[in-house]
Design a protein around this ligand. Structure first.
Ligand SMILES: CC(C)(COP(=O)(O)OP(=O)(O)OC[C@H]1O[C@@H](n2cnc3c(N)ncnc32)[C@H](O)[C@@H]1OP(=O)(O)O)[C@@H](O)C(=O)NCCC(=O)NCCS
Length: 145
């Protein structure tokens, strides 16, 4: 069985499913050989957009990145997991917290780390691309996130 060595905030969330999982590949590196931050941001935007779309029950667009921090570098071969959950819903906007963890295989163990987090705001839109009122959602909606 594979041992997992979590530490503090680097503990991999075991009680939720990641919204997006993907392996960091050589094509995703920057000139210094680490994974390009823009590639990670794209995965995060996809993850946040998925939970926002589910909440909205229809199309959403990204309107703002309210905050973002890259805590640690990501390397080729790291398994990336993006955990996204709705923080706040307004009249038409959905604010989503996206946390990214890596799992790095090493000598039969999986070392985990929280590498990036961001708060991203989405807006539900109608067929004209204009803001659309969000549906009513109960407190338990999306609790599996
Ligand atoms: C998103 C868009 C439809 C919003 O249109 P708008 O006329 O600016 O709409 P509003 O000013 O009424 O704002 C709509 C909601 O977004 C929120 N919002 C707008 N700008 C924001 C910002 N910078 N930060 C956080 N929230 C913001 C508003 O507070 C409002 O929320 P609420 O209805 O929950 O109170 C429009 O700006 C747009 O099409 N932007 C381009 C989106 C895009 O192409 N994204 C990239 C590809 S997905």
């Amino acid at each position: 069985m594979t041992a997992i060595e979590p530490e503090n905030q680097d503990r991999f969330p075991g009680d939720r499913q990641p919204t997006v999982r993907i392996l960091a590949m050589p094509a995703d590196t920057n000139p210094s050989g680490k994974i390009f931050g823009g590639w990670i941001m794209a995965q995060m935007d996809v993850a946040g957009g998925i939970v926002a779309l589910e909440y909205a029950g229809g199309p959403v667009v990204t309107v703002a990145v309210a905050s973002m921090k890259f805590h640690k570098p990501v390397f080729v071969g790291d398994l990336i997991s993006c955990f996204a959950r709705v923080q706040k819903a307004g009249a038409t906007s959905i604010t989503v917290l996206v946390e990214v963890f890596t799992q790095r295989a090493h000598d039969g163990t999986l070392q985990t780390a929280k590498v990036t987090e961001a708060v991203i705001v989405y807006v539900a839109v109608d067929s004209e691309g204009l803001p659309r009122a969000l549906p009513e959602r109960g407190p338990d909606f999306g609790q599996y996130w």
